[in-house]
Design a protein around this ligand. Structure first.
Ligand code: PMP
Length: 302
C-alpha cells in the first residue's frame, strides 16, 4: 500500500552505503554469494513505517555472519539507519525488507581467501506470500523427503543464502498438490517448514520443535513463545514426529513472510480445528503486539 509518494524514489536500494536504482543494485558474476550461496540474509517486515523487531533481525544476521566467518562491513547502527531510510524510500506504509550479506567478489575457487570485501544490500518490497482465501481456508502440508541436517552439515540456525533444501522441499509440495512442505531432521523429528516454523496444539498445550531439532530461530516463533507466556498458555519446546502432527487438534505455521497461517491437513490427514480457538487467540494478540511495537508514525504522514 503506497501512502507517501513524495518519499517514494527509484533510488530505494542500498548497496554498500549508497542509494541506487534497481539497475545498479547488482553484484559481480564473481561474487561468492552468487557462485556458491556464500553469504547470509534477513527478511523483516515493517508496519506503519516501522520495522518490527529490527534489533533481533540485526542480531541474527550478525550471528549468521559470525558462524560463516564473514565480517559485517558496517556497524549495526549504520544498517539500522539504512533500513529505516529504506522504509521511507519505499513509499510503502507496510512491507518487507530483505537485508543480505555476501562473501563478496573473489575468483572461481571455493576458498573465500580472495574475497576481501563483503557486499551488503537492502531491498524493500511488497510481499504477500499467500492470498487471503488460502489464509482463511488453511494450508495443506506434506512431509518432504529432504532432511534438515542436525549436527552433520550446515547448521540450520544459519540463515544462509543457500536455500536449496527449502526450495527442493517446496517443489515436492507443489508436485504433490500441497501448499507447503515439512522438513524432518535426519532422526525423523520435525524441524520446520521450508520458510516457516511450526506449532501444534494438543488439548490446552502448544508444542513447537526445539531449535536443536533443525529449525531456524524464527523471530515470529520467538514472539509467539513470548505471547504464550504473557497469555499463560502452556507452550513447550519438544521434539515432535509426524504422529504428533497427524493427531494434533490445531496446527499452524509462522514466519516473517507468511505471518501466522493455519494448517488444514498434514500428509492428507485433516486437522480438526483450522484457525481454531488457540490460533485465533494468538493471532489477535500478535496483531496487538505489532500495533504496540509499531505505532502510527506521525512523522511520516504528509
Ligand atoms: N525457517 C526458515 C527456514 C525460514 O526461512 C524462515 C523465514 N525467515 C523461518 C523459519 C521463520 O523465521 P522468521 O519468523 O524470523 O521470519
Amino acid at each position: 500500500m503506497k501512502t507517501d509518494s513524495k518519499r517514494f524514489t527509484e533510488y530505494r536500494y542500498w548497496k554498500n552505503g549508497e542509494w541506487v536504482n534497481r539497475e545498479k543494485a547488482s553484484v559481480s558474476i564473481f561474487d561468492h554469494g552468487l557462485l556458491y550461496g556464500d553469504g547470509c540474509f534477513e527478511g523483516l517486515r515493517f508496519y506503519r513505517n516501522r520495522p518490527f523487531r529490527l534489533n533481533r533481525h540485526l542480531e541474527r544476521l550478525e550471528w549468521s555472519a559470525r558462524a560463516l566467518a564473514i565480517q559485517l562491513p558496517y556497524p549495526k547502527e549504520e544498517l539500522r539507519a539504512a533500513i529505516i531510510e529504506c522504509v521511507n524510500r519505499s513509499g510503502l506504509e507496510s512491507g518487507y525488507i530483505r537485508l543480505l550479506l555476501t562473501r563478496g567478489e573473489g575468483d572461481l575457487g571455493l576458498n573465500p581467501q580472495n574475497c576481501h570485501e563483503p557486499n551488503v544490500f537492502i531491498i524493500p518490497a511488497e510481499l504477500a506470500l499467500v492470498d487471503d482465501e488460502t489464509r482463511k481456508r488453511g494450508v495443506t502440508l506434506i512431509t518432504s523427503s529432504i532432511k534438515r541436517a542436525v549436527g552433520t552439515g550446515l547448521d540450520p540456525r544459519i540463515k544462509s543464502l543457500n536455500y536449496l533444501h527449502s526450495i527442493m522441499a517446496r517443489m515436492e509440495a507443489t508436485a504433490a498438490g500441497a501448499d507447503e512442505a515439512i522438513l524432518l531432521n535426519q532422526h525423523g523429528f520435525v524441524a520446520e517448514c521450508s520458510a516457516e516454523n511450526l506449532f501444534i496444539v494438543k488439548g490446552e498445550t502448544l508444542f513447537t520443535p526445539p531449535l536443536i531439532d533443525g529449525a531456524l530461530a524464527g523471530i515470529t516463533r520467538e514472539t509467539i513463545l513470548e505471547l504464550c507466556d504473557k497469555l499463560s498458555l502452556g507452550c513447550r519446546e519438544r521434539s515432535l514426529t509426524t504422529y504428533d502432527l497427524y493427531t494434533a487438534d490445531e496446527c499452524f505455521i509462522c514466519g516473517t513472510g507468511a505471518r501466522l497461517i493455519p494448517v488444514r491437513s498434514v500428509d492428507g490427514r485433516s486437522i480438526p480445528a483450522v484457525a481454531g480457538p488457540i490460533f485465533n487467540t494468538i493471532v489477535k494478540s500478535f496483531d496487538s503486539l505489532v500495533a504496540d511495537e509499531c505505532p502510527v508514525n506521525r512523522d511520516f504522514i504528509v
